[in-house]
Design a protein around this ligand. Structure first.
Ligand code: KIV
Ligand code: ZN
Length: 404
C-alpha cells in the first residue's frame, strides 16, 4: 500500500495569533513564516487582511518573503473581505483565499438570522467571487462540528460545483468526539458529489483536549489536510498542535501516512513562536514541553540510563533535542546521581556514592531540583579523596576524569 501524503496547513499566524495577549508585529510574523517554510509546512495561513491595516501589511510582506509555500489569507463570505484578501495576496507565488460561513443551527439562526438556503447561496457567491482573484480557493463551513451531516454535504457539493479546491470542516467549538468527527469526514467522502476533486481539511479546536485526536480521526477517515498551530496556540483552548499530529504520523508507520515536515526543526520552531508571542509552553506539553524528554523519578532514570527507549517512545533527536535530561530531585536514585556526576567528570566509587547520596537526599528534600553547582558543593561536603585520571578518546583528548 502506497503511503498517503498529509498536507500541513499552519495557522499559527492567524488562528494562533488571534488569542488574547498574543500580538505579533510584522517583523516577528515574517521571521515565523520563514521558519515555517523551512519546517516544511504546505500552507501558511498568514492572517485575516480585512481585520486591520497591520494584518494586511503582514500578509503582503509574508507573500514576498516565502517562495515554496502556499500563502493563505482568511476572509468572511463578504465581497469586501474577499477583495482585500485577494489584494493582500497579490505578491504570493502560490496564493490561496480561505473564505466561508457558519453552517450550524447556532450560526444560521442566531448569528446570521438567516435560512439554510440563503447560507448556501452566500457560500456559492463567496467561492465564485474569490475565484476572480485566485485559482486556489478554500471554503470553511464554520462550526461544521455541530452541523448536520446532510446539510454539510449539500454545502460542500455546491461550493465544489463553483470551484472550491479545498474544503475545511472546522470543529470550531471543540465539540466532537474523535469517532463522531471521523464519521463526519467519512460521510462527506462517501456522499458528496465531486469530493474526489478537492482536498478535505480538518480544523479542530481543543476545548475538550480532543483537537489532535479529532484531527487524527479525520485523516484516518479520508481527510488529506490538517490545520494546526505551533505549540497548539489558538482561540480559547487552542488548535490541534502541529508537533503532535506530525509526530503521531511519523511514529506510526502502519497508518501509511507521511508529511513533508522536517521534524528536526520542531523544537527550534516551538521556541521561536513562544519567544515571539510571549506565550510560554506548559512544561508537560507533548513533544515541546521542557519535561517531554526529562526524567526525574529514580525508577525511570535507571531505565533510561540503561536504555533510552525503556521510558521514551520518541527519540528526542527526531524533534531537534540533543538528549534526554536526567533531573535530580528527591525522587532520584543512585544511578541518576552517578550518571550526572559522570557528566561533570567525576566517577564515584560505590562507597563514595553511598555517602554522597545521603548528603544529596538532604539537599534534595529541601529543593525542587539539584543543579550542577550544588552537586559540586555536595562533593566538597563529602570531603572525599580524589584520584585524577586522564582519558584519551577520539572526541575529547586528554579529558580529565576524577575518581572519587
Ligand atoms: O475555528 C474555525 O471555525 C475557524 C474558521 C474561521 C476557519 O477558525
Ligand atoms: Zn479556528
Amino acid at each position: 500500500m502506497e503511503n498517503k501524503r498529509i498536507q500541513i496547513f499552519d495557522t499559527t499566524l492567524r488562528d494562533g495569533e488571534q488569542v488574547p495577549g498574543c500580538k505579533l508585529n510584522t517583523k516577528e510574523k515574517i521571521r515565523i513564516a520563514k521558519k515555517l517554510e523551512d519546517l516544511g509546512v504546505d500552507v501558511i495561513e498568514a492572517g485575516f487582511p480585512t481585520s486591520s491595516p497591520g494584518d494586511y501589511q503582514s500578509v503582503q510582506k509574508i507573500c514576498k518573503s516565502v517562495s515554496k509555500t502556499v500563502v493563505c489569507a482568511l476572509s468572511r463570505a463578504v465581497e469586501k473581505d474577499i477583495e482585500i484578501a485577494g489584494e493582500a495576496l497579490k505578491y504570493a507565488k502560490k496564493p490561496r483565499i480561505h473564505t466561508g460561513i457558519g453552517t450550524s443551527y447556532f450560526h444560521i439562526v442566531y448569528k446570521f438570522k438567516s435560512t439554510p438556503d440563503k447560507i448556501i447561496e452566500r457560500s456559492i457567491n463567496a467561492v465564485k467571487y474569490a475565484k476572480k482573484f485566485v485559482e486556489d480557493v478554500e471554503f470553511y463551513a464554520e462550526d461544521a462540528g455541530r452541523t448536520e451531516n446532510d446539510f454539510l454535504a449539500k454545502v460542500c457539493e455546491n461550493v465544489i460545483k463553483y470551484g472550491a479546491t479545498v474544503i475545511n470542516i472546522p470543529d470550531t467549538t471543540g465539540y466532537c468526539l474523535p469517532e463522531e468527527y471521523g464519521e463526519k469526514i467519512r460521510f462527506l467522502k462517501e456522499n458528496v458529489k465531486g469530493i474526489h476533486k478537492i482536498t478535505l481539511s480538518t480544523h479542530c479546536h481543543n476545548d475538550l483536549g480532543l483537537a489532535t485526536a479529532n484531527s487524527l480521526s479525520g485523516i484516518m477517515n479520508g481527510a488529506q489536510q490538517v490545520e494546526c498551530t505551533i505549540n497548539g496556540i489558538g482561540e480559547r483552548a487552542g488548535n490541534t498542535s502541529l508537533e503532535e499530529i506530525v509526530m503521531i504520523i511519523k511514529q506510526n508507520s502502519h497508518l501509511n501516512l507521511f508529511t513533508n515536515i522536517n521534524t528536526k526543526l520542531i523544537s527550534s520552531t516551538s521556541h521561536l513562536v513562544s519567544e515571539c508571542t510571549g506565550m510560554k509552553v506548559q512544561a508537560n506539553k507533548a513533544i515541546v514541553g521542557v519535561n517531554a524528554f526529562s526524567h526525574s523519578s529514580g525508577i525511570h532514570q535507571d531505565g533510561v540510563i540503561k536504555r533510552r527507549e525503556t521510558y521514551e517512545s520518541i527519540n528526542p533527536e527526531d524533534v531537534g533535542i540533543n538528549h534526554s535530561s536526567i533531573i535530580l530531585t528527591a525522587r532520584s536514585g543512585r544511578a541518576a546521581l552517578s550518571y550526572r556526576y559522570k557528566k561533570l567528570g567525576f566517577v564515584l566509587r560505590k562507597s563514595s556514592l553511598d555517602l554522597v547520596y545521603s548528603i544529596f537526599l538532604k539537599y534534595a528534600d529541601e529543593k525542587k531540583e539539584i543543579t550542577d553547582t550544588e552537586l559540586k558543593k555536595i562533593l566538597k561536603i563529602a570531603n572525599l579523596n580524589t584520584k585524577i585520571l586522564h582519558a584519551n578518546n577520539s572526541t575529547n583528548t586528554n579529558r580529565r576524569i576524577n575518581v572519587v
